[in-house]
Design a protein around this ligand. Structure first.
Ligand SMILES: [Zn+2]
Length: 133
């Protein structure tokens, strides 16, 4: 299992990496509004868990396992967002924070059922407007 914090890092890397799949540590720090030192600590931890490739002063990239895991997290996040917006009627600008809390706890079974209920929506890992759906 991974901590909520680890999962949030993976999600941030997935969303903001460039087309070649790389992201600089200071970009992660900016996006997450935390210190460069904290990011460095976490990247070392994620590298130890074989989720990212990390070397000092080099951009970070996912391992195959890290990429798969992050993709699953983003999927859960987007399913929650679409569910909250479409079914609960929550305004789009509010769903992200709510989804951040919920995505870590739902079982795979619940997520799969929600996805089916929503009729298998297309989702955009970078965050799309509700008009996309
Ligand atoms: Zn979101």
């Amino acid at each position: 299992m991974y901590s909520i914090s680890e999962e949030d890092y993976l999600g941030t890397i997935y969303r903001y990496r460039d087309d070649s799949g790389e992201i600089k540590a200071n970009v992660i720090a900016d996006k997450m509004e935390i210190s460069n030192a904290a990011v460095t600590d976490m990247l070392k931890k994620l590298a130890k868990r074989k989720l990212v490739f990390y070397a000092p002063y080099k951009p970070v990239r996912f391992t195959k396992r890290g990429e798969e895991l992050a993709g699953q997290l983003i999927r859960r996040h987007r399913i929650w967002e679409i569910f909250l917006h479409r079914i609960i009627g929550m305004p789009w600008e509010k769903v992200h924070d709510e989804a951040e809390r919920l995505e870590h706890n739902a079982s795979d079974d619940l997520i799969n059922r929600m996805e089916e209920m929503l009729n298998f929506p297309e989702y955009d890992p970078h965050g799309a407007s509700p008009e996309t759906y």
